[in-house]
Design a binder for this molecule. Structure first.
Ligand code: BJW
Ligand code: ZN
Length: 252
C-alpha cells in the first residue's frame, strides 16, 4: 500500500474508533496552539532574550531573580492576549459536544481551549492568567497587562507568582487523580502536539494504552512514543484534528 493510501486508511480507522467510543480522552501540548501563533517550548520559538523558556520555568529561576521571571511571564501574556483558538481547538469542542464522556487534559497554560468553548478541561500545568500567593497559596485570576512588579498578595503581603507548574514541582494532586482516573477508563485517547519529553504527561498515553485504550498521536514529527501508540498521524493539528472529528468525509 502506498503511503498516502496508508495515511487515508489510518485516518478512517481513527474516525471509526472515535465514532464508536463512549469515553474519549484528549491530551494536548504546545503543538496544538502553534497554529494560533503560540511559540512551542522546544521549537525555534523557545527562546526569550538569551534565555531558554524551560530554564526560566523553574522555582530556582524565580528564587534567584523573580523580576526576570515576571518579565518573562508578562512578555508571554502580551504575546498570548490577542491570539485566538484555531481549527484544532474548535474541532475538539465539536467532539466534546457529541461524546457521552469526554475529558480534555492539557499541558498548555494559554487558556485557548476554554476560549474555544471546551468545558471539560483539566489543566495539568496551570494557567498563565492566574496568579498564586507564595505565602498563603491564595489563587486569583489576573488579566492585567502587564502585572506591575513586584506583585503582592492583598491577603498576606507575600509575593505572587504565576499559577503554573514549573520543573521539579508536583502537579496538583487532585488534577493528577482526575487525569489517571480518566486515563484508566477511556476507550480512545488522542495525544496532540506534545514532544513527549516532560513527565508525567509524557507517559500518559502509554498508561491509557496499558489500561485498554486505543491511542492515537497527532504531531508534525515522530515522538518517542509514535511507534508504541496504535496510530501516529504526522501533520498539522489544525488540519488533522478536524479531519478525524468532523462529520464530513476525510480528504485524501
Ligand atoms: C505540532 C505542531 C502543529 C508543533 N501540529 N504538532 C521522570 C523521569 C525523568 C524526569 C522526570 C520524571 N518525572 C518528573 C521529572 C522531572 C520533570 C521532567 O519531566 N523533566 C524532563 C524534561 C526530563 N518533570 C517535572 O518536573 C514535573 N513535575 C513532577 O513530575 O513532579 C514530581 C517530580 C519532580 C522531580 C523529579 C521527579 C518527580 C513538572 C513538569 C512541569 C512542566 N512545566 C512546563 C512549564 C509550564 C509553565 C510555562 O509554560 O511557563 O510545561 S515546561 C513545558 O513543557 C510546559 C509544557 O506544558 C511542557 C510540555 O511541552 P510540550 O507541550 O510537549 O511542548 P514542546 O514544545 O516540547 O513540543 C511541541 C510539540 O508539538 C512538538 O512535538 C512538535 O513537533 C509539535 N508541533 N507544531 C502538530 N502545528
Ligand atoms: Zn497571600
Amino acid at each position: 500500500m502506498s503511503r498516502p493510501d496508508q495515511v487515508a486508511k489510518n485516518i478512517e480507522l481513527v474516525r471509526e474508533k472515535i465514532r464508536q467510543a463512549r469515553r474519549v480522552l484528549v491530551l494536548t501540548g504546545a503543538g496544538i496552539s502553534a497554529e494560533s501563533g503560540v511559540p512551542t517550548f522546544r521549537g525555534a520559538g523557545g527562546l526569550w532574550r538569551e534565555y531558554r523558556a524551560t530554564d526560566l520555568a523553574t522555582p530556582e529561576a524565580f528564587a534567584r531573580n523573580p523580576q526576570l521571571v515576571w518579565e518573562f511571564y508578562n512578555y508571554r501574556r502580551q504575546v498570548l492576549a490577542p491570539l485566538k483558538p484555531n481549527a484544532a481547538h474548535m474541532a475538539l469542542v465539536t467532539l466534546e459536544n457529541r461524546t457521552p464522556d469526554f475529558v480534555l487534559l492539557t499541558q498548555n497554560i494559554d487558556g485557548l481551549h476554554q476560549a474555544a468553548g471546551s468545558r471539560a478541561v483539566v489543566e495539568l500545568h496551570g494557567n498563565i492568567w492566574w496568579v498564586r500567593c507564595c505565602g498563603c497559596g491564595r489563587k486569583s485570576e489576573d488579566r492585567r497587562l502587564p502585572i506591575p512588579y513586584p506583585p503582592y498578595c492583598e491577603a498576606c503581603g507575600a509575593m505572587l507568582r504565576p499559577d503554573v507548574v514549573w520543573f521539579g514541582e508536583s502537579l496538583d494532586s487532585h488534577v493528577l487523580q482526575t487525569a489517571y482516573d480518566n486515563l484508566e477508563r477511556c476507550d480512545v485517547m488522542v495525544v496532540i502536539g506534545t514532544s513527549g519529553v516532560v513527565q508525567p504527561a509524557a507517559s500518559m498515553g502509554l498508561y491509557a494504552q496499558q489500561h485498554g485504550a486505543f491511542v492515537v498521536e497527532i504531531n508534525l514529527e515522530p515522538t518517542p512514543y509514535s511507534r508504541a501508540f496504535n496510530v501516529s498521524l504526522l501533520g498539522k493539528a489544525g488540519e488533522l484534528v478536524p479531519q478525524i472529528i468532523e462529520e464530513s468525509p476525510p480528504s485524501s
